[in-house]
Design a binder for this molecule. Structure first.
Ligand code: FES
Ligand code: FES
Length: 887
């Protein structure tokens, strides 16, 4: 074994081909692989031996079906299929699937904007094709049954169901579907100093062929920001939307782009995608840049044609003059790029919009994600690259004392075992080699400094702190809450408990790094914070940040997981590559269980709420206390403005700035110290603070005999946007109208980034099991840029959050052992549990605000409020499945 730091040289043995071969038929072609892979999962033989990387790894234990291929036409989990068992069978992967059925599926997927991060979609489309080969007219129940095994962490199930229905109709009508073709990836070139200083080029460039390339300083991880920026830029440029391409601009930071893509933060610049701030934060700047680019094109045409600029117009990518002269963008791009930008450029008035706010916009990143050609980090390869898997400690903070790597190194294809900061890395020629080596590794751990409390014990400590008020800091105080509580005619005093939650994006943690001969270290990582990735890689490599170049391919989800420099997979990859003397590019690919063992969970949180109402049932006092591990200290730079005077905004968000005017309000927070790594999770603190508040308000309404929607309306008198959302959700969700026996509704409001309200309708079956029947969600997110993409984000957020509310819990067992390691113990919502979802968008002229997380905070309280209405049981501890079964 060698330690990170590179003191020891590790001999790397290349695999020598043997005589015996396994013969497979893949996509109609006969291929041979060495016999040593006969027992290897077909997934890894396809990916690492045959180089077919459209088939994805999600869990490796048969719980997600991201690895779906067709074997003799049946959808099959390739991670559970030894390659040798597929001999003499016909294997079809996403790369080779062809014919009218898969074409109809792909066309429907494209047209219905199914895709978000896209990581699961090759598997989803193959499973859908297998269904339609079996049953040409499946109903919704049949679709849900068939597709139930295919997980989608982005929650695209409602659209998958509808797309399968559309594909079935296409086939039934005998219509020839459009055959999707892929769009080649654009290679980004580093910016020259001149380009960096240009007002337009770092963000928007027009190529000679007329392609408009947008450099997005926000990372695409499924939330649709690329399509949002494409719409904004195409609108201001009057470009042909089809000509617009978007790339992640992670490489724009030092040294190639200075801080051009960063945002001032904490005394420095930080490039970070998070908190649903992309559109809100950058809509102004990208509109202006695009308007400047347009002005340049007009000026270039005027110059070339010798006409006044005022006479030049642009329509769908064609620059025109009334005399009949016309030119494409590409013809004018070079001339335009040399012109100064006029001073008086202004973005359009909303009345001139022809793209923004219109239906029918298709995502710009869909084709490759459907066809399996989109390159995620897991798909990055380099000649001579090795794959490393890290064994992390079984308890947070444990350290290895003795490592027996003899059996691991004896495994064919295992080339090294390397100790790194947070564990032991096993390095192999393929993932399967490294995985076999990892399973053969024997490690003794020193647990003296480990977190040895179980999650029950940690919860008890949170509860003790919140009840005692020990170490509490006042985050906000309005009026005299103690006096108001003492005078209340109706009161609630309740404790709400929320567990650790994992992000579990479909693409498990990974990173790739390569040291160049020029001393530049390149890293490929699906990070939300390229600035953090650069910091971590530079620290792990022992080189300056100027020597690090960060590439951010599409990320197979994130949900906040990749928002930090701590416990970062790219740091692990760099440590391994450094230990191997930089002789090999290294891919660090986590096992799903190792990703969950590296923590960075949504904080556990306990809230106590004491609320009071007067004799008329009007809320008069609200005292909320929180005990939770703080999140901001794990975010360098950002911590400087997110953590102030002992108050962590990532803990108190949603409570300190909620939607209601609370007449006497006090918020206290206690920062709990544990050894569990914490990170932001979709909707940050609002994921727990709003559960407590919306539950307590419901409880108070019940205690005072008031309608919970009416009680909220009292408090929203000065917040017309949230009030409008509440009224719309109530009206369309049937609030107050009669329901059949066994059905009930719950309601909740939020102003997390936007303004929203949700009505959730449930039913109880004869065995007292809950089914979530319908969610009606009203949203005011300012200017509606792409209505269908907003609806998709709301749907996905609801599926994500309802799954977490019902089943989500990371458990630390006795002694602090991390029990929850994969989807077998961390169930997420599957298609059969998905309710009907109606998303209502409210027209607004306000600037656009976030949509990627807005439906998360209200999902749990609207559900538990509905369960209370149906059963009289108040659920104060999540997940819901601890109290009542949900199907
Ligand atoms: S079921 Fe095969 S990777 Fe999850
Ligand atoms: S689109 Fe399914 S996991 Fe992201």
């Amino acid at each position: 074994m060698t330690r990170a730091g590179g003191e020891e040289r590790v001999p790397v043995a290349r695999f020598e081909a043997q005589e015996v071969l396994v013969k497979l038929n893949v996509n109609g072609a006969d291929v041979e692989v060495d016999d040593r892979f006969a027992a290897s999962p077909l997934l890894w033989v396809l990916r690492d031996v045959l180089g077919m990387r459209g088939t994805k790894y999600g869990c490796g234990i048969g719980y997600c079906a991201a690895c779906t291929v067709l074997i003799d036409g049946r959808n099959t989990k390739s991670c559970q299929t030894p390659a040798g068992s597929a001999v003499a069978k016909s294997i079809t992967t996403v790369e080779g699937a062809a014919g009218p059925v898969i074409d109809a599926v792909r066309e429907a997927w494209h047209q219905r904007n199914v895709v978000q991060c896209g990581y699961c979609q090759p598997g989803q489309t193959l499973a859908a094709a297998a269904l339609l080969e079996n049953d040409r007219s499946p109903d919704d129940a049949a679709i849900a049954r068939w597709m139930n095994g295919n997980l989608c962490r982005c929650g695209t199930y409602p659209r998958i169901r509808d797309a399968i229905g559309q594909a079935a109709e296409t086939l039934a009508a005998g219509r020839v579907p459009e055959r999707l073709d892929t769009v080649p990836e654009l290679e980004m070139q580093p910016l020259t100093p001149e380009e960096m200083a240009d007002p337009v080029h770092p963000y928007v460039r027009i190529h000679e062929d007329g392609t408009v390339v947008i450099y997005s300083n926000q990372i695409e991880m499924g939330q649709g920001v690329h399509t949002g920026l494409a719409t904004i830029v195409a609108e201001e440029l009057d470009a042909d939307f089809a000509s617009v391409r978007v790339v992640n601009a992670a490489n724009g930071a030092k040294p190639d782009g200075g801080d051009v893509y960063g945002t001032p933060a904490g005394g420095g610049f930080i490039q970070l995608t998070g908190a649903s701030t992309s559109t809100n934060g950058f809509w102004g700047s990208y509109r202006l840049v695009a308007a400047k680019a347009r002005a340049r094109l007009v000026a270039a045409a005027a110059q070339a044609w010798g006409v006044p600029a005022e006479e030049v117009g642009i329509d769908s990518g064609i620059v025109r003059h009334p005399s009949g002269m016309r030119a494409g963008f590409g013809e004018l791009a070079a001339r335009a790029g040399k012109l100064a930008v006029p001073d008086d450029v202004r973005p359009k008035d909303p009345g001139q919009y022809r793209l923004i706010g219109r239906e029918g916009r298709l995502r710009v990143d869909t084709r490759g994600k459907i066809l399996g050609t989109t390159r995620f980090v897991i798909d990055v390869t380099h000649p001579g690259m090795l794959t490393a898997i890290v064994l992390h400690p079984p308890k947070f903070g444990a350290t290895p004392t003795a490592v027996d790597d003899s059996a691991a190194l004896a495994e064919p294809g295992v080339t090294a075992v390397v100790r790194i900061d947070d564990g032991i890395a096993v390095v192999g020629e393929t993932f399967d080699d490294a995985q076999r080596g990892l399973h053969a590794l024997r490690v003794d751990w020193d647990e003296q400094s480990a977190e040895r409390r179980s999650s029950e014990e940690l919860l008890a400590e949170h509860r003790r702190l919140v009840e005692s008020g020990e170490q509490a800091v006042v985050a906000r105080e309005d009026g005299d809450v103690a006096a108001a509580l003492a005078a209340a005619a109706h009161a609630v005093d309740a404790i709400y408990e929320l567990p650790y939650l994992a992000h579990a994006p479909m693409e498990p943690n990974n990173a790739v790094c390569r040291m160049g001969d020029d001393g530049i270290l390149e890293v490929w990582v699906g990070t939300e914070g390229p600035t953090y990735a650069r910091m971590a890689a530079s620290a792990a490599a022992g080189i300056s940040e100027d020597q690090v170049r960060v590439h951010v391919p599409f990320a197979g989800g994130s949900f906040g997981l990749h928002s930090t420099s701590g416990h970062d997979p790219n740091s692990e990859a760099v440590q391994v590559a450094r230990a191997l003397d930089w002789k090999h590019p290294v891919k660090l690919q986590s096992l799903r269980e190792e990703e969950l063992k590296s923590g960075r969970y949504r904080a556990m949180a306990v809230h106590r709420v004491r609320a009071g109402a007067d004799a008329q049932g009007r809320l008069t006092a609200f005292h909320q206390q929180i005990a939770a591990e703080p999140t901001s200290p794990n975010m360098p730079l950002a911590v400087n403005f997110l953590f102030k005077d002992g108050v962590d905004y990532m803990t108190t968000s949603g409570a300190v700035d909620g939607p209601y005017a609370l007449p006497n309000f006090k918020l206290e927070t206690t920062n709990v110290k544990t050894g569990v790594p914490i990170m932001v999770w979709r909707s940050v603190g609002n994921s727990h603070t709003e559960f407590a508040r919306e539950s307590a308000i419901d409880e108070l309404a019940a205690a005072a005999g008031r309608d919970p929607a009416d009680l909220r309306r009292d408090l929203l008198a000065d917040n017309p946007r949230t009030l409008r959302a509440l009224d719309l959700a109530a009206e369309q969700g049937g609030w107050g109208t009669p329901l059949p026996e066994g059905r009930a509704r719950g309601i909740a409001c939020s102003n997390f980034l936007s303004h929203s309200a949700q009505v959730t309708e449930i039913s109880l079956d004869r065995r007292n099991r809950v089914r979530i029947e319908k969610v009606t969600f009203a949203l005011d997110c300012g200017v509606i840029i792409n209505p269908d993409l907003i609806r998709a984000q709301v749907e996905g957020g609801l599926v994500f959050a309802l799954g977490a509310a019902v089943w989500g819990e990371v458990v630390l067992g006795d002694g602090g052992e991390i029990i929850t390691q994969s989807f077998d113990r961390y169930p997420i919502m599957r298609m059969q549990s998905v309710p009907q979802i109606e998303v209502l968008l409210i027209e607004s002229g306000e600037p656009p605000t976030g949509v990627g997380e807005v439906s998360v905070p209200t999902a749990a309280p609207a559900l538990t409020n509905a369960i209370f209405a149906a059963t009289g049981t108040r659920i104060r501890r999540l997940p819901v499945s601890k109290t009542i079964r949900v199907v």
